[in-house]
Design a protein around this ligand. Sequence first.
Ligand SMILES: Cc1ncc(COP(=O)(O)O)c(C=O)c1O
Length: 387
Amino acid sequence: MEPKGFIPYGRQWIDADDERAVLSTLRSDFLTQGPATPRFEADLAAYVGARFAVAVSSATAGLHLTMAALDLGPGEGITTPITFVATANAMAYVGLTPVFADIDAETLNLSPVATRAAMTDRTRVIAPVHFAGRPADMAAFRQIADETGVRIVEDAAHAIGSEYGTGKVGDCRHSDATVFSFHPVKTMTTGEGGAVTTNDPDLHERLLQLRSHGVTRDPARLSDPPGTWWYEQQMLGFNHRMTEIQAALGSSQLKKLDRFIDRRLAIVDRYQAAFAGLDWLRTPLARGSDRIGYHLFVVQIDFERIGRSRAEVMAALAGMGVGSQVHYIPVPRQPWYRQTYGEPAAFPAADRYYDRALSLPLFPAMTDEEVERVISAVRGLVSGDMA
Ligand SMILES: Cc1ncc(COP(=O)(O)O)c(C=O)c1O
């Protein structure tokens, strides 16, 4: 437990409407496989502008399900080293070898140029991650897919509500499927939870069936059912279902998502202005006209220049009641990846970013006073830069 008054780097915002939605589901006939899940799926599909949404128990489950439903392994999948391990793990689950390509140093997203360079005739899928909420260059990845036939799975764990051009992340205009996370630190929450969106009816059917053991009860898809009890397992599936309690919370949170994002944007703008003059700290690329549903506010600090290590800075901030985190240790440097796939290549942009990265608190329930406390704590890291 953190001390009272401590500002974590992220946390959920639950209100009385959310509590009512959860309680009424607990008192209903269905705790799983009832009406709340398809309702949440319809709400989410409408919000992002996709034909279909499939609610799942986590984004990890959603990534796994999507990789399995696309029938991708064996072969290789390409993603960014600057992501949570779940993106690459989902490839490994289905027998794909995860291959990492460097990031773009400005956007911090997977670089389409580096992706092209990493492709081989075994590449089956590219999984761009919309890092911190900023959409990846999806038009460029679509072009690669059109030229080569590889599949595109968007990891939008950070990016619910973000927009690119005239659409929202998750509309799958340039991809086969998009996966969201509703973990409590994310922009909206269902406790644990996630969802996959797609416009492909066949993929949608496979996702639904694989989510529930590969089993179907649909009479139209049964060979010769002897009675009403009959079901068939037609593929090797999983139990990756979301509960009704989570789905009810999801529909309730979705109604507030745009307000959550407005508040996140106001905090981001305040941080950007407050840190603009610090020559030892780099703020995220300024946002253009597209609305970004920022999940994280990641700064890059020149620790050498300020003469304090990252561990010292994190301890100093914690001492002032300010949480911070590092997103992420490059995945190919994790012990399991090194043992399984060998020592990774150098990723100049990702490695340089990792050496400097620090995520500062960003969540909609932050008060103005808390935002100012974070700003003074950060500025105070270097004497002479105090607010
Ligand atoms: C980029 C990314 N992908 C996937 C995941 C996995 O999400 P979940 O915790 O819902 O399984 C996360 C979670 O932190 C993430 O940040």
